[in-house]
Write a protein of this length. Structure first.
Length: 105
């Protein structure tokens, strides 16, 4: 029965980590992406307008599967620089989930 508190602790930490992941993704987006893509992903920043960045919530972006979006973030595309050496695979996946949320707004 001594193992029960350890298991309970793992469950509590795991459950508590889910909101942190969302907060981490939002913070990550603000620091790495928002300067071009804007707070809402619409690309409505001066740099986004200059580069004609697509709205991340648009069907044109959302039609891509997660692997393609991960590849674009990691390797870059067009004028978007690659972030694969600056972000972990987990962080890139968090950003893809955030990009998916832009379609729901």
């Amino acid at each position: 029965m001594k193992r029960m508190p350890a298991i309970l602790a793992v469950v509590i930490v795991t459950i508590a980590a889910f909101p942190l992941a969302a907060d981490d993704a939002a913070t990550l987006y603000k620091s790495k992406c928002a300067m071009c893509h804007g707070a809402t992903g619409a690309g409505d920043t001066p740099m986004g307008k200059k580069l004609a960045i697509k709205n991340l919530g648009s069907p044109d972006v959302q039609k891509n599967n997660d692997e393609k979006l991960q590849q674009v973030i990691a390797k870059g595309s067009g004028k978007m620089p690659p972030f694969g050496t600056k972000l972990s695979e987990a962080q890139i996946k968090q950003l893809v989930a955030l990009v998916r949320a832009f379609a729901k707004k």
